[in-house]
Design a protein around this ligand. Sequence first.
Ligand code: HPA
Length: 271
Amino acid sequence: MFYENVIESAEFIKEKISELPKTAIILGSGLGGIVDIMENKIVIPYGDIPHFPQSGVAGHAGNFVVGKIGSQVVAAMQGRFHFYEGFTMRELTYPVYVMKFLGIENLIVTNACGGVNKSFKPGDLMIIDNYISFLAMNPLIGNHDDRFGPRFPDMSEPYSLEIREKAVEAAEKVGIEYKSGVYALFTGPCYESAAEIRAFAALGADAVGMSTVPETIIGNYLGMKVFGVSCVTNMATGIATVKHSHEEVVRVANEASEKLCKWMQELLINW
Ligand code: HPA
């Protein structure tokens, strides 16, 4: 039934739009600004799409938006689904399967994260070079249907080198400073302990967050090129000198959203 449900969701969206997108963006906490620069938008609430999960976190709207950025037709997910909300891995990656059947070839994943690398500061944008999952869980666990992809997908380049290089060019062209690094996934919803952050740092993490990796794995599995950008909204526990707050995370992400939009606009226009 999973395969048939995905097709039904994709058909529903296709009927509402006139041109099919090739690129999709999943917007993290406070990073929804990209939708404002999209033209001729069609906004589809998640609740209207058959079989689609529903979102409930502050800072995350729940809309699937299709519109134009330059000459590119782009789909944006305003609001994503997290493991800590109680979704299964399959539920929270469901939209990526639907994107595949809309014809999406490039998937851009964004998120708010805590900075583990001490040279980072709040407001920095980081190109995700690679990931470490600190979850004893994988979104591909379960029955396999090889109409989607291989049983044992390769993850030697989870984030497309080609798009990372284009993103570097775009950042340099519009004068946006960026960092690069490894994103570590932690379940949340509590923030990490200081000891966990020391351990993650020793294992090679530059940033830590509660999302993105499941969508990255499924995007690769389905044969998409994946590109990820993290917004450092705070320094991680033990490096930060203050306690964390979700309001502060959303505030810093909102501030950085303008920079991210300018960058993504440049990247998409010259795709
Ligand atoms: N840890 C995990 N997830 C986050 C953080 C953090 O410090 N900041 C924003 N998302």
